[in-house]
Design a protein around this ligand. Structure first.
Ligand code: GDP
Ligand code: ZN
Length: 301
């Protein structure tokens, strides 16, 4: 005998997962069949086999707020699903790569996920310099919060921004994401170590995990990355997910303007006068070129 129930994927390790049902019961589960791709945050339908006390994931329910990256073959691959807030973390150390931050923000905007930026390790001497570099993001409309672990109060705005949301922290490894998670989720460390083994007991470092926030909502801790390439096919075609390009584009002469060298382009005009930040525009151009190169490669000859 078996019965089906809905559950949330709270940890995904390739072909293994932990799922939590509406009652809060957590079970180990495996997706049924090779085709079923599951990521942390997915709502799934499961089947429990009481006789063997095993659980299979039989269906992934429709996703919203999904962050997609480009895999090595250039195809879209979900990273986390059903997320409502992306927190892009950047710090004076390791050396910040703002183009990575731009790409995360672009992926979030294209997926309809609200995003904000955390300038972490704000106690370090280069924090003011970094704050200046982040000013264009604030100008574009993103909230930029400063956090430092020696000032616990600096965390309260981030905690407030995540309350009742399903949040995900992203950014280069070493920017202090784990420290933020530990402080946002007091007492979670033990759970982390338990979950760091898959069903065969091997250590794994590639898993994302979802934790309940103390004041409502949940937080997904994703592994640190060296780089992030959004899935090109999921980017908003007019603006590539650059929110200030999107609002400027209403002034372009052509509705399908690429904002690269078109006449009457309001985006290029804004970049020339400095109203659009030069680094952000360069970042936009890089992503647009990648988008078009991959589009050409994919097109039939
Ligand atoms: P993750 O790779 O993004 O998860 O980064 P970690 O949380 O492991 O932190 C990386 C390093 O930054 C560690 O050595 C932490 O002690 C340090 N760190 C974390 N938060 C702060 C902070 O607010 N200020 C300073 N100066 N260092 C921090
Ligand atoms: Zn344009």
């Amino acid at each position: 005998m078996s019965q089906t129930f809905e559950a949330r994927v709270i940890a995904a390790y390739g072909r293994h997962a932990l799922v939590r049902d509406a009652d809060g019961t957590v079970r180990e589960a495996r997706p049924q069949g090779r085709r079923l791709d599951i990521v942390c945050g997915d709502q799934v339908r499961c089947q429990h086999d009481a006789q063997h006390d095993s659980t299979r994931i039989v269906e992934v329910l429709p996703r919203s707020g999904t962050l997609y990256r480009s895999n090595l073959r250039g195809a879209a691959e979900a990273v986390v699903a059903n997320v409502t807030r992306l927190v892009a973390v950047v710090a004076p150390k390791p050396a910040p790569d703002l183009f990575i931050i731009d790409r995360y923000l672009a992926a979030a905007a294209s997926a309809g996920i609200g995003a904000l930026v955390v300038l972490n390790k704000a106690d370090l001497p280069d924090a003011d310099q970094l704050a200046t570099e982040l000013e264009p993001l604030r100008g574009a409309g993103y909230t930029v919060l400063r956090c430092r672990r020696d000032e616990p109060a600096s965390l309260s705005q981030l905690a407030a921004a995540l309350q009742d949301q399903i949040g995900v922290l992203v950014g280069q490894s070493g920017v202090g994401k784990s420290s933020l998670v530990t402080r946002l989720l007091p007492g979670v460390q033990i759970a982390t170590q338990e979950l760091d083994r898959d069903l065969e007991g091997r250590h794994t470092t590639t898993a994302s995990r979802m934790y309940d926030l103390p004041d409502g909502g949940a937080l997904i801790d994703s592994p640190g990355v060296r780089d992030f390439a959004p899935a090109i096919s999921t980017l908003e075609p007019g603006s590539m997910g650059f929110i200030e390009v999107d609002s400027l584009a209403t002034g372009c002469r052509f509705q399908d303007c690429r904002h690269m060298r078109e006449p009457g382009c309001a985006v290029i005009a804004a970049a020339e006068t400095g109203r659009l930040d030069a680094r952000r525009y360069e970042s936009y151009r890089r992503l647009r070129r990648l988008y078009e190169d991959l589009g050409r490669a994919a097109a039939p000859r």
